[in-house]
Design a protein around this ligand. Sequence first.
Ligand code: GDG
Length: 731
Amino acid sequence: MSKTIIVSNRLPVKITENDGEYTLSPSEGGLATGLGSIYKQNDNIWLGWPGLEVTEDNKKEKITGQLKEQSLLPVFLSQEEISEYYEGFSNEVLWPVFHYYASTYANYKQSNWDYYQKVNEKFKDAVLKVAQPGDTIWVHDYQLMLLPALIRKEQPDLSIGFFLHIPFPSYEMFRLIPWRAELIHGILGADLIGFHTFDDVRHFLNASTRILPVTSSANIITEGERSIVLESFPMGIDDKKYTELPHDPEVKKDIKLIQDTFKNTKLVVTIDRLDYSKGILQRLHVFEYLLQQYPEYKEKIALYMVVVPSRDTVPQYVQLRDQIDKKVGSINGVYRTMDWTPIHYYYRPLPIELLSALYYTADVCLVTPMRDGMNLVSKEYVASRINNDGVLILSEMAGASKELIDAIIVNPNNTVEVADAIIKAINMPLDEQRRRMVAMRQMVSKFNVSHWVKIFMDKLKEVIQLQRSMQTRYIGTATKQSIVNRYAKTNKRIIFLDYDGTLVDFKPNIEQATPDTELYDILQQLTEDPANHVVLISGRKHENLGEWFGDKDIDLIAEHGAWYKKQHANWHKLAGLSAHWKHDILPVLETYVDRTPGTFIEEKSYSLVWHYRKAQKGLGELRAGELMNNLKYLANDKGLQLLPGDKVVEIKNIEINKGKAALTLIDNIKYDFIMAFGDDYTDEDVFKALPDSAITIKIGSNLSAAKFYLRSPTEARKMLRSLTENSLVKH
Ligand code: GDG
């Protein structure tokens, strides 16, 4: 039976040693709870670092044995590996860059990178030791970005999912990393890549298409033969746990204690791991500003601030801790009274019972990270508000703000705005609190962590099925052979060939794409067989096609069907076409040429084309979208069609259509073999118009109405050669 293997840097347990005996206690993390439903079932496994350094083999064996009982498998790391791969590369390069702190904190050390690769390899070996064909691997987070491709390289058929728990930064940030291409390639080894928000998806799409020679269409990236799906899966929490905890006797005791202590004060709670991305210092500034600006709130408000120790071996974190200590001390020093301390600050982990009691009693939960992939604390607060009251103030820089839109959303850099939000929160009428909280509670309960796991796993299965169906459409050796066999058995054939992008690669200048001798040779061999009727069907100008192929035994269809030339005859144009509309459209296109360097207009008899292949990357696409939008109504009015193509937008008479043109050629003649090659939008009309028995082949992509696909003009040429070589044998 196939199994699921979860892989993360840390295993979801804490191990403590006492006189050579090990005690395992479950970690509280949401990930552990969410995935608990998976890794404890059947033969499933969770693989990761156990969180402590073990050097002796007998100890390793002992730990391994104990972990195995809980379906956990350790990857042991040396002190050096931990400090270079984890503290060094993961936390001093990836973490700061991905949280937009590149200039302040990133340290691009070569040896850190070397270890990052080495440890990812180590995880790969551990995975491959237990993975069987048919298994599913789910890799988690930024410490293991190379792992999907490493596994893929050795076991190409495994289903691999990857989820990034931290934000994916904009291309401008990400490109700073010296090893950016390797990192992107590493993640692309997965079949499905999940992020918390759609912004992260967009950033990843943008970075990968700029850094690697991959293409994208909507949320699918194509790298070589593989299609990889990107999707946002906002992570949820174990909401039931947080709604039930306030009924626990331990929690009730803590609640009573807190309520007694803060009887006459509004309680504002904040809980974070020690991290510069969480905005802890900035929050203290806000609180200080509030006490200065609104002295009437002295003794009426208290900040309960929990900072959970984290990464305290990294110098930047030690320094941050010092700064927080000092700031808290100075605010309390200035504002403290006999009966009141403004900030209650704790630098330690809390038992879950106290955490729940805090969530339950806090009038306001203040969550103001400078950047946060999701932020689960905000969701836990909401789930804990079983009386539907309380106010959440949430930074717009946290992924959670995309879902919890009924919170008071703030920009954490805006001291005045955050201070005002606190004042608003503590004065918010109960009915407004309830209205907002009820909406947020519904969201947190529906999109909980089990839902998150389920939709990720379901999507991964769907992606694998999609890939399989695509693979069958690629013309591999067997399919090729069967097409060649069918060709050989027939004696009245018609072959439609598009030109640009199908028989020749795109060139920066349209004039450069002239036919080469190899192509002439292939066409020559095709047309030598009297059973073949070869038709070149292109969007190019008729003058152009005429010059290149006018003297060949080929029929030519130019400008998408506006012109037709039977072999060795003259050009004819489609009756009843008008080109008056050009007067209105041309000036619009000219404004785009003026505003977008590197673009130009091509004029054909019945169409106008705006080319943007040489425009600045991204700008061309943006303007193309703008242009299409701009011309939408005008085009409709004038009976025109707007065609977005490969780095072009073409405007043409709606009556002209490659599909219609192709149909007129097969209308009265009974062909026993119909084949069509094409690469773009306009060729889709041909694929759709031809009868079911036709062999339709899309070049360069597998998203098409065509039955089959090939990757490039080179492959298309090889396919044509195989047909003629076969036919040569026959004759
Ligand atoms: C990363 C991303 C993303 C904290 N202190 C205590 C304690 N906690 C628990 C909280 C919460 C979790 O730790 C913290 O999760 P966050 O989401 O807030 O933040 P990160 O640790 O930075 O997590 C983040 C997350 O991954 C998931 O994808 O949301 O954006 O940075 O569950 O309750 N739990 C206990 N005592 C504590 O003192 N028991």
